[in-house]
Write a protein that binds this ligand. Structure first.
Ligand SMILES: Cc1cc2nc3c(=O)[nH]c(=O)nc-3n(C[C@H](O)[C@H](O)[C@H](O)COP(=O)(O)O)c2cc1C
Length: 473
């Protein structure tokens, strides 16, 4: 019997996704000048050949002054006027969609989660947020110091700031449409600006953008309705949202906000969870406190129960569920259990950019249609950092740094020996190596890998992000 994962899915805007497997958004950290250039296109070329039903780009920041990471892609004011710069976005969209998979650009504003040095605003300038609530990654002294080193204190946004942010979302969506992307996804999850407005912990405003769940949803509703006015009817608009534990007060509030969004007209909703302060999106802490049924999908997918609840209340909303999927059996169960229509896949997509070809191949037996990932063991110095920050993905940086140090010490230059390559493969195999670390891979390092006797192929095979490595065979 054909897998339900192979079914095409039609969105309300008319866009047809050829199957149910979506590459999830993952910040690439490849854009040294925050523009889509060769390294970005190289990575997406790999995914474009992967048989995905949908490719979500990594987050594209709507304001170059406020980036999540220094190497994020961002829309810059000059991009809307300069044909040459616009052409770069067109090339990016075309590369993603060359083999027939629709690509959806994820657009984002980090608000208070913008790190110092991430954006053109200067190291000491404040971030902006609905309310002046500082980042808090733990209550110990070292956690508080770490927070202050990484993030500056946010300033409460004025009405003019809000108007500006809405305008930038709308403008970015219009440019993505002009560039040829099939749609945009508003990043309303993971503690970024839209999520900050929606949540009561970070939004303490008393004006029309705060106070009740309805008013806290006003920013995202304004963005959504205004984007609709500037893009064609066939252009898809989706949103990535955080789930909430059924036992919390947030649960009822998020359900009210979801209803408002559905009524405003959405092409799809992606369910995730967490933030920098509480990184559940990547499954940390390992045991997430949500009621779980015995189904295979529930055991695998981090936010399964919440997705089922949303599905029950909004049966015709196209739902994507992201986080934790590693096996065909788990993904099929999620579809059959009516938890979602689309399966979002993040880290496995970096390990095998063509994972869908494996999942959809009927000749491959069930137990082999999987990509289990191992956690990378942490070196001791990682343990002195706030645990939740490490869990958010920073943990993936440590083995990399270690490799760099060892390379320098042992060989006196940036060259990997066999042991280092093994370690790199292990990291890649874990799926936890951030795509972005390749931004730091210089020609010399690539050369070093090439020297390492067959290791290049191994690394490139194991790591989707390694496309940059692959490109220098
Ligand atoms: C390196 C990395 C970068 C990520 N960047 C983004 C991002 O830009 N936007 C987003 O919505 N989620 C981002 N995520 C979260 C993923 O989309 C996904 O929700 C998460 O990895 C869980 O899915 P998985 O278990 O299949 O990896 C990122 C995750 C990783 C590992």
């Amino acid at each position: 019997m054909a897998s339900p994962l192979a079914d095409p899915v039609k969105l309300p805007c008319g866009l047809i996704l050829p199957n149910r497997l979506s590459k999830a958004a993952m910040a690439e950290r490849l854009a040294k000048r925050n523009r889509p250039t060769k390294s970005i296109n190289n990575a997406y070329e790999q995914w474009s050949k992967g048989g995905w039903g949908c490719i979500l780009t990594g987050n594209i920041q709507v304001d170059v002054n406020h980036l999540g990471d220094r190497f994020d892609l961002a829309l810059q004011d000059e991009h809307t006027k300069d044909e040459r710069l616009l052409a770069e976005w067109k090339t990016y969209a075309a590369v993603c969609q060359r083999y027939g998979t629709p690509a959806i650009a994820q657009i984002c504003h980090p608000g208070r989660q913008s790190m110092r040095r991430a954006g053109r605003r200067g190291v000491f300038a404040s971030t902006i947020a609905p309310s002046a609530v500082p980042m808090n990654v733990g209550n110990r002294l070292r956690d508080r110091i770490t927070s202050q080193v990484i993030w500056s204190k946010p300033r409460e946004m004025t009405r003019a700031d809000i108007e500006d942010a809405i305008g930038r979302f709308v403008n970015t969506a219009r440019v993505m449409s002009d560039a040829g992307f099939s749609g945009v996804e508003l990043h309303g999850a993971h503690g970024y600006l839209i999520d900050q407005f929606m949540g009561s912990m970070t939004n303490r405003r008393t004006d029309e953008y705060g106070g009740s769940p309805e008013r806290r949803a006003r920013l995202v509703l304004d963005i959504l309705t205004r984007i609709r006015k500037v893009v064609p009817k066939t252009f898809c608009i989706g949103i990535k949202l955080n789930s909430a534990d059924h036992s919390t007060a947030d649960f009822g509030e998020i359900m009210i906000q979801i209803k408002l969004l559905v009524d405003a007209g959405l092409d799809f909703m992606e369910i995730s969870g967490g933030s920098y302060e509480d990184p559940r999106m990547v499954g940390y802490p390992v045991t997430i406190n949500v009621p779980k049924s015995e189904s295979a999908a529930a055991r695998e997918a981090f936010f399964f129960e919440f997705a089922r609840t949303v599905r029950a209340q909004h049966p015709s909303l196209v739902l994507m569920l992201t986080g934790g999927f590693r096996t065909r059996a788990g993904m099929e169960a999620a579809i059959r259990d009516n938890a979602c229509d689309l399966v979002g896949i993040g880290r496995p997509a970096t390990v095998d950019p063509k994972f869908p070809l494996l999942l959809l191949d009927e000749k491959i037996a069930g137990e082999n249609a999987a990509l289990p990932l191992k956690m990378v063991p942490l070196p001791f110095y990682a343990t002195i950092l706030p645990r939740n920050l490490v869990g958010a993905g920073a943990e993936t940086d440590f083995p990399y740094i270690e490799i760099m140090f060892k390379s320098i010490r042992i060989q006196g230059r940036f060259m990997y020996d066999r042991q280092h390559v093994q370690r790199l493969i292990q990291m890649a195999g874990s799926g936890l190596l951030p795509l972005g670390k390749k931004a730091g891979v210089t020609q010399t390092e690539v050369f070093g890998l090439e020297q390492a006797d067959g290791a290049l192929e191994a690394v490139s095979k194991l790591s989707g992000w390694g496309s940059h490595v692959v490109l220098k065979p």
